[in-house]
Design a binder for this molecule. Structure first.
Ligand code: ZN
Length: 308
């Protein structure tokens, strides 16, 4: 873990709570979808120049599927980094971790690394990919289908994929936005995983994925970081599709051993996932700067490996 980053984050959280901000979420219990919807809208209303709220669509049972985008950039083609939670509806720790990340980005918008990330990137956050599963406390959607097996991959053509509205909304978002990196939050183990899921063949970007995965795993004090296939073989996962179709640095971030940990453990789970996400942003920034040296001007150099 980055000890300095951890201390700074905790101090920032304490300062914000001390400021008496009425809308600050507390992670001592799980939030309802009504509370989540209100929180997302409130962020956009309070910070209209920073946060944009957008409804992507509705689930088969009519529940809202929404995102917020957080950025200080006004460039139309600003690179985006996309975090999503709750492909699997019973993995409620992943929903809360996305909410915690939104709150952290907004509260620390003018501080250090966060300020720089928000000037450089659009950060897109989707707490609920599968709101019907979340409402039913089910891994799958309301009809027993697993959204994280519904994407295309190199061995699964698009004609056999995207049968669910939930994954079509994600696909369409990726088609619209210039996403360069993504982390899909899950829960049920503690690990950082990357493509490929469907084959043991290493991806062309295995060295970069390893740098990213190791940075996040070490920040979160997780021993497991590996190509997803070597955790277990799957077909049709989000990260394989995002990497195959768009070249996105896409990780699966398993944020907790239990899908929905006890409520008295939730705050630590969220804090740790936020720290891991900040290290992911740092590592992505460093990787992308390597390939775009002009963008490095006026940016504080960051030696990720020295910081670990
Ligand atoms: Zn999952």
């Amino acid at each position: 873990m980055y000890p300095i980053l951890s201390v700074i984050l905790r101090v920032c959280i304490v300062l914000e709570l001390c400021s008496g901000t009425a809308w600050a979420l507390q992670f001592q219990r799980y939030h309802s979808q009504e509370e989540i919807a209100a929180f997302l809208r409130e962020q956009a209303q309070l910070y209209p120049e920073l946060v944009r709220f957008q409804v992507l669509g509705r689930s088969p049972q009519g529940r809202e599927i929404a995102i917020v985008s957080v950025t200080k950039s006004e460039a139309a083609d600003v690179p985006a980094i996309y975090f999503n939670g709750t492909h699997h509806g019973n993995e409620k720790a992943s929903t809360e971790a996305i909410l915690g990340l939104i709150q952290n980005l907004v509260q620390n918008r003018d501080r250090g690394d966060t300020d720089r990330f928000l000037r450089r990137y659009k950060i897109i956050l989707q707490p609920l990919v599968n709101p019907d599963g979340h409402a039913l406390n089910s891994r799958t959607d309301a009809h027993g289908a697993d959204p994280n097996r519904d994407y295309a991959s190199p061995s699964k053509p698009e004609s056999e994929a995207f049968r669910l509205v939930e994954t079509r909304l994600v696909r369409d978002l990726l088609n619209r936005e210039n996403v360069v990196a993504s982390a899909a939050f899950h829960a049920g183990l503690e690990a950082v995983l990357w493509p490929w899921c469907h084959t043991p063949t290493l991806s062309r970007d295995e060295p970069q994925f390893k740098i990213l995965g190791e940075a996040v795993a070490r920040t979160m004090n997780m021993p497991k970081y590996t190509q997803s296939f070597f955790d277990y073989q799957t077909e049709g996962e989000f990260i394989d599709y995002a990497y195959m179709r768009f070249g996105i640095y896409a990780l699966t971030l398993e944020v907790a051993l239990e899908p929905s940990p006890r409520e008295d453990q939730l705050e630590n789970v969220v804090d740790r996932a936020v720290l891991g996400s900040m290290s992911f942003l740092q590592a992505i920034e460093q990787l992308t700067l390597k390939f775009n040296k002009s963008a490095a001007l006026n940016v504080r150099p960051l030696d990720l490996r020295a910081a670990l």
